[in-house]
Design a protein around this ligand. Structure first.
Ligand code: MD3
Ligand code: FE
Length: 216
C-alpha cells in the first residue's frame, strides 16, 4: 500500500474565509511548487520578466510576464489585455497544464466549477517591490473568479472594500497559499506591502504570484 500525500489530496487544506467570496486555501499549492516554478521558468524563457510602465509614467516595482491566450499589459496608453507580447512581438506562451489544473481545482474548492482561465499574470517581487491598492477591472466577465497562487517568500496582502477608502485587512500570504476571489469581492481594492528580504529554499530572494483570470 502506498500513500500519495500531496496537498489537495489526502491532506485537507486549511480553509480561511477573509470575506464572502474570498477563500484562502493554505498550502494548497505547496506540493506543486517545484512544478509550478519550472513552468514559470519555461514561460519566462519565451516571454521574459519585464518592468512595465503605468499610464502615469511610473515603473511597476514587480517584474511581470504572462501566459495564456491573453496577457495583461500596461504602458503609457493604459491597462489592457493583449494577445501579443509587446516585448517579443509573438503570442504569449501557452498556459502550462500544471497551471490550468491547479487553477481549476482551487476554483472548484470555492464552488466555481469548470473554471478555464484564458490569462495568467505572473508577478515576481524582489525585496522592496510592492503593489499599491487597486481594482482588477480589465476583465470582461466579472462572474468568473480570480485564482491567486503565492510562491516563495511571504508577503503581507491588503484586502480592502469596493471603495478606495474602505480600510483594508492584512493577511500574510506564504508559499503554496491559494486564494479564490469570486462573487461580491471580485471588484474589491487589494494590494501587497513591500516585500522584505529573505531566502526561500525554492525561490531564493523572490516571491512569485500567479493570478488566473478569465479576461475575454
Ligand atoms: C482580490 N496581485 O496581479 S494576488 C494583481 O500578490 C494582484 O501579486 C497581487 O493584485 C499579488 O492584480 C495580489 C491576490 C488578488 C488578486 C486579484 C484580486 C486579490 C484579488 C481581484 C479581486 C479581489
Ligand atoms: Fe490585482
Amino acid at each position: 500500500m502506498t500513500f500519495e500525500l500531496f496537498d489537495g489530496e489526502g491532506v485537507e487544506p486549511r480553509r480561511e474565509i477573509i470575506a464572502e467570496g474570498a477563500l484562502v486555501l493554505r498550502g494548497f499549492a505547496s506540493g506543486t511548487g517545484p512544478a509550478l516554478l519550472a513552468a514559470i521558468d519555461l514561460v519566462a524563457s519565451q516571454s521574459p520578466f519585464r518592468f512595465m510602465e503605468t499610464p502615469g509614467g511610473h515603473t511597476m516595482s514587480a517584474a511581470m510576464t504572462c501566459c495564456g491566450e491573453l496577457g495583461w499589459v500596461t504602458d503609457r496608453r493604459g491597462y489592457r489585455y493583449e494577445a501579443m507580447d509587446p516585448v517579443t512581438g509573438q503570442a504569449w506562451p501557452r498556459m502550462p497544464e500544471v497551471f490550468l489544473k491547479l487553477a481549476a481545482e482551487a476554483a472548484s474548492e470555492a464552488g466555481f466549477d469548470d473554471f478555464v482561465p484564458d490569462a495568467c499574470l505572473i508577478n515576481r517581487y524582489q525585496p522592496g517591490a510592492k503593489m499599491g491598492l487597486h481594482q482588477d477591472r480589465d476583465e470582461r466577465d466579472f462572474s468568473q473568479p480570480i485564482v491567486s497562487v503565492s510562491l516563495g517568500l511571504p508577503i503581507v496582502f491588503q484586502f480592502g472594500g469596493p471603495r478606495r477608502n474602505d480600510p483594508p485587512v492584512r493577511v500574510t500570504l506564504g508559499h503554496g497559499d491559494v486564494v479564490v476571489w469570486g462573487g461580491p469581492v471580485r471588484r474589491n481594492y487589494h494590494g501587497v506591502l513591500t516585500l522584505k528580504a529573505g531566502d526561500h529554499p525554492l525561490t531564493g530572494g523572490y516571491r512569485y504570484n500567479l493570478t488566473f483570470r478569465k479576461a475575454s
